[in-house]
Design a binder for this molecule. Sequence first.
Ligand code: HEC
Ligand code: HEC
Ligand code: HEC
Ligand code: HEC
Length: 129
Amino acid sequence: MNPTLGRALRAAAAAALLSGFVLVSGAASAADQNLADRHVARGMKCDACHVTATGGALKAEKSDYGVCATCHGDYQKMIEKTDAKHKDSGQPNPHAQHDGALPCTECHKGHKAGVNYCAQCHSFVYKVP
Ligand code: HEC
Ligand code: HEC
Ligand code: HEC
Ligand code: HEC
């Protein structure tokens, strides 16, 4: 890339971050569905995540981080999968967390909007799917 253009793009990205805007990739049409609905729409049933088909307790077997990791893998696996998205964002990968066995559901919620757990202490802007 032409260095001047590269600088301009970085400046624009920094300005976007400072003003609190984030570019969110992904299907806008799925944005109004919660995480559980999006899984069900892919053919998974309630008991993909819950012990029973009606909800209640979450499955967590074979995992340090809760039910999500049984299918998606651990933080290292998620970092490998999502690192490209965070390369030029000026922020760390949200999965590069330093709180040990942090359950995935500290950020990702089943039936409501996700939570930016890191924002308790840092000013990182994350949109949690
Ligand atoms: C992708 C995983 C996932 C799927 C699939 C899923 N849930 Fe959940 N569910 C969760 C999580 C995580 C919670 C914990 C509360 C939250 O994050 O919203 C939860 C909580 C609940 C609760 C307790 C309510 C509460 O606020 O604690 C009920 C009831 C429930 N789910 C029912 C269902 C039903 C019925 C289905 C199938 C239509 C379903 N869930 C599918 C992840 C899932
Ligand atoms: C039974 C296996 C299974 C479980 C349990 C599960 N997922 Fe998934 N999830 C999938 C599959 C399959 C896909 C679609 C392929 C992909 O994107 O990896 C998916 C897609 C996703 C996506 C991207 C697509 C979207 O709609 O946003 C996110 C984010 C996600 N899962 C998070 C979670 C979280 C958080 C939990 C725990 C609450 C969870 N998953 C539990 C299998 C699972
Ligand atoms: C600190 C908050 C946070 C925690 C904790 C967290 N995530 Fe995420 N996750 C995010 C954010 C933000 C995104 C969207 C940006 C991205 O994809 O990196 C995301 C994206 C995802 C996606 C979609 C990736 C794709 O290919 O589009 C999956 C799947 C996922 N997380 C699974 C997990 C699993 C499994 C865990 C636990 C091992 C976990 N997450 C813990 C914040 C979090
Ligand atoms: C309870 C408060 C708290 C939460 C929540 C938290 N952090 Fe931190 N974080 C800290 C403290 C304190 C430090 C050490 C600061 C220092 O050394 O200057 C730190 C350091 C870091 C660093 C080292 C680089 C730096 O900026 O000094 C990174 C990267 C980081 N945190 C990322 C995260 C991410 C990603 C999350 C969400 C998954 C998160 N943190 C959640 C308190 C927190």
